[in-house]
Write a protein that binds this ligand. Structure first.
Ligand SMILES: CC(C)(COP(=O)(O)OP(=O)(O)OC[C@H]1O[C@@H](n2cnc3c(N)ncnc32)[C@H](O)[C@@H]1OP(=O)(O)O)[C@@H](O)C(=O)NCCC(=O)NCCS
Length: 416
């Protein structure tokens, strides 16, 4: 089987190549065929994000979906992640990874992934990030779980009560006005939360209900409300739907630059009439909500899991831009099957900033996946040692644990 790998940037109009691409991704994720307006809007969004499309193509004479529809798709875009201490680092975001059923398990993904990671590293990027549909796919390429998500349900209506006073500073806004307000709040959240990943352009219309790609049209059920600070500026925003048949509110997105704004929005959501429950997929890991409820049993965690995965491409650069909360030093060897981050390093942290120098050898060993999971502070090094991703003398595992520890868990609000 002859496979031809080609790369393209987003053209100015919807071309046959772009149509074929969209069709291939839809096939991979079990979606129906796209309509013209959806394609136009999708083109505009991914052009804003500067997507690069890598495709695997076959000779499509005879049967098949035509020469423009790839059998493998793979997208990269350079976006920022917050690495702590307010630093924004450009990273390679990976999305829309599919291989057509008829061509799976022949190494297409492996090819697309290894080429993209090498290219990102050669272009000077120190980190790559993605979200996953299945947990078994990406560890082999050096990705480790780096941020997590928590889903929850809040009993609202008469049983909902908070123990602290909340100033009523929430306003409902039109879908159009919500876009700008949400961007303002997101920028503040992104700048202040370690582990935050930049939002891609599709979020604007999706969260405002102006356009749902799945519905091929606007979603009139979506409502938006903002929380205002004491000067009347948005410092929180929520996008939600009323699901009448279930008597519940489903939160699509809840963003808050400050804890008061988050509690203000929860107070609003918990007070909506004719509703008994508020359901959220991504409760902030630092939320004060359970501690502010008169009855904490009114909030139930219904699930937790991985959110984003991180892959270190350049150890010295990635650690050099990480905000550390403890000073100290440790040497370690990174084992990386792809060889991108392999080597032995000495990490010295003074006043929260790291210096990384190569050394000839070290007793402590880290699988490159472990570095991704330690990076934003999601997990402690001792836990990874128990899992076999870190090994070495206990005192050095202690030093690693101490160095990477963060007071708060990473907060991410964006998938891609
Ligand atoms: C996941 C997918 C992209 C894999 O593509 P592929 O071309 O078959 O992958 P490769 O042939 O390069 O496989 C590489 C390795 O990963 C393994 N692998 C692939 N998909 C896997 C999965 N879902 N779970 C566990 N292992 C998987 C393969 O067995 C192979 O292992 P090996 O190197 O030990 O032999 C493809 O099955 C697909 O498109 N799935 C539907 C869409 C999807 O879920 N995309 C992921 C979005 S995050």
């Amino acid at each position: 089987m002859q496979i031809d790998y080609r790369s393209m940037t987003i053209p100015d109009t919807v071309t046959d190549e772009l149509r074929g691409w969209y069709e291939a991704v839809g096939l991979g994720f079990g979606q129906g065929r796209a309509q013209e307006e959806t394609l136009q809007r999708w083109r505009n969004e991914v052009a804003r994000d500067g997507w690069r499309l890598d495709g695997a193509y076959t000779d499509a004479r005879g049967f098949g979906l035509g020469e423009h529809t790839p059998v493998g798709t793979f997208v990269t875009t350079t976006q920022t992640v917050n690495t702590g201490a307010g630093h924004m680092e450009p990273a390679c975001f990976i999305t829309d990874v599919t291989v057509r059923t008829t061509h799976r398990r022949r190494g297409l993904l492996t090819n697309l992934m290894t080429n993209a990671l090498r290219r990102a590293r050669d272009e000077g990027l120190s980190l790559a990030a993605l979200t996953v549909t299945e947990g078994g796919i990406y560890g082999r390429f050096g990705f480790g779980v780096a941020t997590s998500h928590t889903s929850a349900e809040l009993d609202s209506g008469p049983r909902f009560r908070m123990t602290r006073d909340i100033e009523p500073r929430v306003e409902l806004v039109t879908p159009e006005a919500s876009v700008e307000a949400r961007r303002t709040v997101f920028d503040a959240v992104h700048a202040t939360h370690r582990g935050s990943h930049q939002r891609l352009a599709f979020y604007d219309d999706y969260l405002a209900g102006l356009w749902d790609h799945d519905k091929n049209g606007p979603n009139h059920a979506v409502r938006s409300a903002v929380h205002l600070d004491a000067d009347g500026r948005p410092d929180g925003a929520v996008s939600y739907l009323f699901e009448e048949e279930r008597g519940q509110i489903r939160v699509r997105d809840l963003l808050a630059a400050k804890p008061e704004a988050e509690l203000g929005l929860w107070h609003f959501l918990g007070s909506i009439d004719l509703v008994e429950k508020v359901v959220i997929r991504r409760l902030s890991p630092t939320t004060a909500l359970p501690w502010a409820l008169a009855d904490p049993h009114r909030l139930k965690v219904t699930g937790t899991g991985d959110f984003t995965w991180l892959r270190v491409l350049d150890v010295a650069k990635a650690l050099g831009v990480r905000g550390f909360e403890s000073d100290g030093e440790v040497s370690f060897t990174v084992d990386d099957v792809l060889g991108l981050a392999s080597g032995s390093y000495r990490l010295v942290v003074r006043d929260g900033r790291a210096e990384v120098t190569p050394v000839s050898a070290a007793h402590l060993r880290l699988d490159v996946r472990a570095l991704g999971s330690l990076y934003f502070g999601l997990v402690d090094a001792h836990v990874l040692a128990a899992a076999g991703q870190v090994s070495g003398p206990p005192a050095e595992v202690d030093a690693l644990s101490q160095l990477f520890r963060t007071a708060l868990p990473p907060v991410n609000t964006s998938g891609f």
